[in-house]
Ligand binder design. Structure first.
Ligand code: C5P
Length: 316
C-alpha cells in the first residue's frame, strides 16, 4: 500500500480534575475523555522524495514544525531511520473540520493519525502501547486520540485506561471562531490560584485517581446513563477560564437555560458542549442557542459520542 486515508476524531473532556504539580512543569491530572464524531480526514501518501510535506485546506494552520502532524512524521523518521530510508518521505494532507485551538484535541488527533498512518505505510507493526508511547513524546492528549472511545487518563494525561465505550450520546458543541484560549495560560493561572490545594505525595495522587476511577462518573458511564453523566460533568479549568472569558460563560449559561441534561467547557476551552437526551433535542438546542446569541462568529455542531479513535477509511 502506498496511500491511506484516516479519520481523526475530536475529543471532549467529561471530567478534568487537576490534582497536583509535576517536576516537569506539567500537572498531574485525572481526566475522562470521550471521542466524538467530528473528524478531520488525514491522507498520507508515500512520497518519491525524502521529505515530509504537509498541506492543509485551512490557510492559517502551519505546515512546518509548528504543526503537530509534521512533528509526528518527523518523530517517525527519527525513530525508524531504516524504514525512512527504505520507503522514503510522506505527503500529508489535512482536511479540517475540527475547530482549531478549541480544547477538542484537533491537532493531537491529527498527529495520532500520522503515527498510525506511517506505521501502516512503513509496515512497522507497532502495538497500541508503542504508538501511545511515541504520541506522549509530542503531546499529552495524543495517546488517548490513538485508541479513542471513552477512557480515563492520568499522569499528565498520557496514561490511558479504557472505559466501556459510549456511543449514541448526543452532544451540541459550540465555539466562537475567533476566540482562542492558550492552554499554557490556563494551567499557569490555575497553578497561581490553586497551588495550595495540590496533593504532594505519590500515594495521595494515586488514591485520588483511584477514587475517580471507582466514582460516580465512571459508574454513570458503565450504566450508559446520559442524564447521570451530564450531572457529573466536571472541569477544574472552568474556574480560571470562565471568569476571564465572558463569552464562554455566556455560552455555558445559554446551554443551561436551554434545558440540556448538562453542559461544560471542554479541556482549556473555549469550546463548550451540552449533553442532550436525543438527536431531536440537540437540533432544537442548536437552533435555540443560534437564536439567543445571534453572532456570525459562533459555530455550532450536533455530534454523537463514538467508540473509536483513529481509523482507516481507505487504502490504495
Ligand atoms: O502536552 P500539551 O502540549 O498538550 O500541553 C500544552 C500545555 O498545557 C503545556 O505546555 C502545559 O503548560 C499545560 N499542561 C499542563 N499539564 C498537563 C497537560 C498540559 O500543565 N498535564
Amino acid at each position: 500500500m502506498h496511500s491511506y486515508s484516516l479519520l481523526a476524531p475530536a475529543k471532549i473532556n467529561l471530567y478534568l480534575e487537576i490534582i497536583g504539580d509535576r517536576p516537569d512543569g506539567y500537572h498531574e491530572l485525572v481526566m475522562i475523555m470521550q471521542s466524538i464524531g467530528l473528524c478531520d480526514r488525514i491522507d498520507i501518501t508515500a512520497s518519491s522524495q525524502d521529505i515530509i510535506r504537509v498541506r492543509c485546506d485551512v490557510p492559517d494552520l502551519p505546515t512546518d514544525q509548528g504543526n503537530l502532524a509534521y512533528r509526528a512524521a518527523e518523530l517517525m523518521t527519527q525513530k525508524f531511520p531504516e524504514a525512512f530510508a527504505q520507503y522514503g518521505g510522506v505527503d500529508i494532507t489535512i482536511h479540517k473540520k475540527i475547530p482549531i485551538a478549541a480544547g477538542l484535541a484537533g491537532g493531537s488527533s491529527n498527529a495520532a493519525a500520522v503515527l498510525v498512518g506511517i506505521d501502516l505505510l512503513w509496515d512497522l507493526g507497532l502495538t497500541r502501547s508503542e504508538l501511545e508511547e511515541l504520541g506522549a513524546v509530542l503531546g499529552s492528549d495524543i495517546p488517548f486520540c490513538i485508541g479513542g472511545g471513552t477512557a480515563i487518563a492520568t499522569g499528565r494525561g498520557e496514561k490511558i485506561a479504557p472505559l466501556p465505550g459510549l456511543d449514541n450520546i448526543y452532544i451540541v458543541l459550540a465555539k466562537y471562531r475567533s476566540l482562542e484560549v492558550s492552554t499554557p495560560w490556563a494551567y499557569k493561572t490555575y497553578r497561581q490560584k490553586f497551588e495550595s490545594t495540590y496533593l504532594r505525595d505519590t500515594n495521595s495522587l494515586a488514591q485520588r485517581a483511584a477514587a475517580v476511577h471507582s466514582g460516580p462518573m465512571v459508574q454513570a458511564i458503565v450504566g450508559h446513563n446520559a442524564a447521570e453523566i451530564a450531572q457529573k460533568l466536571h472541569n477544574d479549568l472552568e474556574k480560571v477560564v470562565l471568569p476571564a472569558y465572558p463569552r464562554v460563560l455566556q455560552l455555558r449559561e445559554t446551554f443551561a437555560n436551554a434545558g440540556v441534561l448538562g453542559t461544560m467547557m471542554s479541556g482549556s476551552g473555549p469550546s463548550v458542549f451540552a449533553v442532550c437526551e436525543s438527536r431531536q433535542q440537540a437540533e432544537e438546542v442548536k437552533l435555540q442557542v443560534l437564536h439567543r446569541i445571534s453572532d456570525e462568529d459562533l459555530q455550532l455542531f450536533v455530534v454523537k459520542s463514538v467508540k473509536h479513535g483513529i481509523h482507516v477509511t481507505s487504502q490504495s
